[in-house]
Design a binder for this molecule. Structure first.
Ligand code: SAH
Length: 250
């Protein structure tokens, strides 16, 4: 197995592939004036196994195109949406977020939790904007500095992992510069990280290592996750996931 295959194997049975919660997806949704609208067209980009896709489908009159690069995650979403009778509302598409095939100004909402970093925030906003109707919404969660300055260890970690990490004011400025009006910003509470993401992850460590016979690469993956958990616990006052809701001008 390659490292990427191992990573998929590690994450595919998780309730979600990044920090988040049903309550926070609903909170972001509540900022959009869409509750009474019918036949919305929505894209959920980098949907993973679709924890948030299901919430959107249950709360919107919409056709949701759920996009992810990896079929293993989409298979999970497909099964779950059938179980809940949502298969008419959710269409799973295996595709790179770099190569989306929507028409110009086709979508009412672009949703992406914990995934736009794969393109870089500004690049993603610029590329995806053309698919959005004027007046349409983007809802994006993005790793964010919560303070103006921070301890060296965490600064170094993120400047290596994701140099585009920034403060909320700068991220909102990117949205404004690119033709969006920011509607809301809020930070995921600690429970989104610990209870919903890291605790289920910690429970999978041993089974994962056993399944792969303590392969060197599997051990490396578990160590990296443990290190990430430690850094979150130590430095959670300084960084988090910001949720940005913005409306396309026009
Ligand atoms: N939105 C989900 C998953 C977040 S993890 C949640 O919050 O639980 C990021 C997701 O982006 C993963 O599922 C990963 O497979 C997907 N991804 C990574 N690179 C991608 C790309 N180039 N195109 C589409 N999806 C990608």
């Amino acid at each position: 197995m390659t490292e990427i295959e191992l990573l998929i194997d590690f994450h595919k049975d998780a309730p979600r592939q990044g920090p988040g919660s049903t309550a926070d997806t609903l909170k972001a949704l509540a900022f959009m004036e869409v509750a009474s609208r019918k036949g919305l067209k929505v894209a959920d980009i980098g949907c993973g196994s679709g924890a948030q896709t299901i919430v959107l489908a249950q709360n919107l009159d919409a056709k949701i195109t759920a996009i992810d690069l990896f079929p293993e995650f989409l298979d999970k979403l497909r099964v779950q949406s059938m179980k809940l009778g949502l298969q008419e509302k959710i269409v799973c598409v295996q595709k790179s977020m770099h190569e989306l095939a929507f028409g110009k100004e086709e979508l009412d909402i672009i949703w992406s939790e914990g995934a736009i970093y794969n393109m870089g925030f500004e690049h993603g906003v610029c590329e995806w904007k053309e698919f959005l109707k004027p007046g349409g919404y983007m809802a994006l969660s993005e790793i964010t500095w919560l303070t103006h300055s921070r301890p060296k260890e965490i600064e170094l970690h993120w400047s290596t992992e994701y140099p585009e990490i920034d403060t909320a004011s700068h991220i909102m400025c990117i949205l404004e510069k690119n033709g969006f009006s920011p509607i809301a910003y809020f930070v995921f509470p600690e429970s989104c990280w610990i209870e919903n993401y890291y605790l289920p992850m910690e429970k999978r460590f041993d089974v994962f290592l056993e399944r792969h016979h303590y392969h060197e690469m599997a051990i490396k993956i578990v160590q990296a996750e443990k290190d990430e958990i430690r850094k979150y616990k130590e430095y959670k006052d300084y960084f988090g996931y910001g949720f940005y809701i913005a409306r396309k001008i026009g």
